[in-house]
Design a protein around this ligand. Sequence first.
Ligand SMILES: [Zn+2]
Length: 293
Amino acid sequence: MKKILTITTLLTTAIFAQLNVATTYNYLGKVTKRIGGDLVKVDVLASPELDPHFITPKPSLIGKLRREDLLIINGGQLEIGWVPPLLRSANNSKIQNGGSGFLDVSRAVTLMDKPANVSRSMGDVHPGGNPHFATNIDNIVPIAELISMKLSQLDPSNQATYNKNFEQFKGKMEELSSKLKKEYASCQGKKVVQYHELFNYAMAFYGMDKVGNIEPLPGISPSSKHTLELINTMKEQKVTTILQDVYHEKKTANFIASKTGATVKIVPHDVGAVEGTDTLEEFYTTIGKELCQ
Ligand SMILES: [Zn+2]
């Protein structure tokens, strides 16, 4: 009897075994859950209210990575400061770069802003191009397709489910993309300033015109010289919107706003970074609203 029970338990475990997936950012966790449903268990490593470039590699994250079957990263060097040390400590061969359980979704998109001359000494945190492509809704479908293919590769018996979920997801995202483009068509050509180069892809989606960044270079804190120049440019070009993220200091944006009369908009860089953006649909709708209204 005991033997039969053990066999039954083993079979049940085999049938309902979920894939253990870690994603670096929340938006990747949401996409993975939409494609994998109950077939996947998702751990998100970085909280969406934190600076995505500089996550503290905590021991609890190492423990998680030891158990995972798959690690999905944004790539484009966004995680270069914090994922490699975690992977070294976790020592899980499946999810190492090049392993069957490692997926870099930047492969699915074309990176913008690739610098002609790369010099880290200048402080640029984006030497290989801009990694913040998730703010453009049109990039989420190719990313989801790549995730669906990877889940099917690791768990071929459930390929039909992953495909079906992907097709459903694709339909919803394409519908929302057309709706947002239509709703904010007047946003085309609108001039904006942002703190860090977080929203270039979203601006490209709406055809907006980026006038400048509060940071003199990506990853370099504002200087008074650069801030004064930016204020002058904004006055000349009549810029009325400053895009601010949740994790940088807001003092500089507020100072610039006080000198130019521009409005500071708090824009989510990841799903869940601001209240009311817990789904991908809410995330893209909020970005559109904050950028364009
Ligand atoms: Zn960045």
